[in-house]
Design a protein around this ligand. Sequence first.
Ligand code: SF4
Length: 363
Amino acid sequence: MSKMLSFTAPREAWLEGFSLPLLRWYDASARDLPWRREPEPYRVWVSEIMLQQTRVEAALPYFLRFMQRLPSLEALAEAPLDELYKLWEGLGYYSRVRNMQKAALILLEQYGGRFPRSVQELRSLPGIGEYTAGAILSIAFGLPVPAVDGNVLRVLSRAALSREDITQPAVKRTMTELAGRILPSARPGDFNQALMDLGSGVCRPRNPLCPSCPVREACSGYAAGEAESLPCRPPKKEKRLDKRTILLIVSPDGVLLHRRPEKGLLAGMWEYPGRDSWLSLPQVRALFPAANRISQLTDARHIFTHVEWHMRGYLIRTASFGCPEDCVWAGEEDVYALPSAFKTYTALLDRLRGSQTETISGR
Ligand code: SF4
C-alpha cells in the first residue's frame, strides 16, 4: 500500500507511489498523436507551441496542416508572414507563430539547423520558455528535464497537498524542483507527457476524476478531501471592458483592412478598421457621407487574457476610395488572416459575399 506523499518524501517513495503508477497508466492509455509517433525536435516544438492555451483535439488539425505546408525549419523560416497567420488563424496569440519564425531563423543561422540540447540555449530563442525547453529536451532528446505547465502545477500541488499561492514564482520554483526530483531517469519524455495528460484529462481544474486516478493512493490532496480547492490562487482581477466599433467597409475593390501597430494587443495583425468607443449610426453616417448604404450589424464580444472587447459593428457599402495608411483593400481571393476576435464579423462578411457577391466585391 502506498503512502501519502509530501514535498519532503524521499525520491524513492515518489517514484514508487507516483511516478511508476503514472507511467503504467500512460503506457495503457496514452493517446496516439502525430508528434508522439515521430518525436523530432521540430515537431515537438510546433506541437508544444500550439498546445499552449489550446486543447489537443482543437490543435490536431492545425498541426497536420502546418506540417504538411511547413515540414522543416527552412520552410518555416521562408514562409511569408501572412501565410503563417493564415495557418495559425483560429489558434490566437499570433505572436507565438511570429516568434517561431524568428527562432527558426536563429536556429538556421547560428545552430546549423539543429536544436541545442541545453535549457539555457533553448530559452534564449524567441518564444521558448522553461516549459517548452523542458518538453523539447525530454520528449525529443530523452534528457531528464522537467516540463511544468499549468496542468502539471495543478497535479503536483494536489498530490503534495500544497496550500501555497501557485502564482508566486517561489512556489512554482518549488514545484519545478519537485517535478525534477520525481522524474524517472529512464523515460523523462513519457513521464512529462503522462503528467500533462493526467492534468488535462483526469486531474481537471474542476471535478477531478480522483476515483479513477492512477496515483490516488499516493495523493495527499485527495486523502485530505482538498483536491478540488487546490491549487490556491489569489482572487481573479476583474477584466477591463473596452467598447469598440468595428467598421466593415466594402467597396468594389474589396473590404478595407487595417494593420495593427507592431506592439500591444494583436500586434501586427490585420483588423477591420474601427474606433475605441461605440459610435451611433448617425456618427458613422457622418464619417462616411458618400456611402451608398450603412447598416448596423449584430454586437459581438471577445475575451482576451486581461481585457474584454464589446463590439458594435456596421456594414458600410461605398464607392472605392484611396487606401488610407496601413490599410489594404482585400479582395475575395486575397489571403489575409484575421484574429478570431473578429470572427462574428468575418462570418457575416463571408455570408454576405456568398449571397451578394456582386454588391460586396463588384466581381
Ligand atoms: S487523486 Fe485526484 S487530485 Fe490527486 S492527482 Fe489524482 S485526480 Fe488529481
